[in-house]
Design a protein around this ligand. Structure first.
Ligand code: GAR
Length: 221
């Protein structure tokens, strides 16, 4: 692994979380990491335009170009390995891949989910549907979670979470936007930076966040 971690961001849509990562990188907030590639699950998505504007190389690996999910996953892993990627970030990536992906990147894939896991997650809970179900249920708090990806859908060790209040009169769209602004765009760049600094330690289901390495007085003399 290189000293500065090479990050690939996988996207399927508008890419506002990708933009939050690009902005954080430009502000110097992604310590010891660099976005080396953006990979989309289909051509023409706006996230690809964001990558282009930021000068980040982008690629498309589309499920429809392969006979099955496994073949698509193997092609994706080959692409990531070919690009020497250290960290894979799923930022609104809506394609399910097979176990080859997690085997190739154990505890090195981060996903952002727009709810407080283990609530409102798993099969069928993605994008706007999550917020529709939150409003249907009537919970007063939702939020976002960044977690490591394991073989269980939305079931990997949790890195960071942030709660956001549900407000009276919320529509799914309004709640989605508030959760993005107040939670996703904050905790995703933070988790990525922590990973790149080597400060995430996975112990079973728990992720410990290590303190930054501090230079001792002797080193400074
Ligand atoms: C985000 O809200 C992200 O959390 C969600 O899709 C949206 C993508 O928006 N991801 C999932 O639901 C995955 N289960 P973006 O393309 O603007 O970042």
């Amino acid at each position: 692994m290189s000293a500065v971690k090479r990050i690939a961001v996988l996207v399927s849509g508008g890419g506002t979380n990708l933009q939050a990562l690009i902005d954080a990188q430009e502000q110097g907030d992604i310590i010891s990491g660099r976005i080396a590639a953006v990979i989309a699950s289909k051509p023409g998505v706006y996230a690809l335009e964001r990558a282009k504007q930021a000068g980040i190389p982008s690629y498309v690996v589309a499920r429809k170009d392969y006979p099955d999910s496994r073949a698509m996953t193997v092609a994706l892993v080959d692409k990531l390995k070919g690009l020497n990627i250290d960290l894979v970030v799923l930022a609104g990536f809506m394609t399910i891949f097979t176990e080859e992906m997690v085997n190739a990147y154990p505890n090195a894939i981060l996903n952002v989910h727009p709810a407080l896991i283990p609530s409102f997650c798993g099969k069928g809970y993605y994008g706007l549907h999550v917020h529709e179900k939150v409003l249907e249920y009537g919970v007063k708090l939702s939020g976002a979670t960044v977690h490591f990806v394991s073989e269980e859908c939305d079931g990997g060790p949790i890195v960071l979470q942030k709660a956001v209040a549900v407000e009276e009169g919320d529509t799914p769209e309004a709640l989605q936007r508030r959760i993005m602004e107040q939670a996703e765009w904050v905790i995703l760049p933070k988790a990525v930076s922590l990973f790149c600094q080597g400060r995430l330690k996975v112990e079973g289901r728990t992720v410990r966040i290590l303190k930054p390495l501090q230079l001792s007085k002797e080193c400074l003399q």
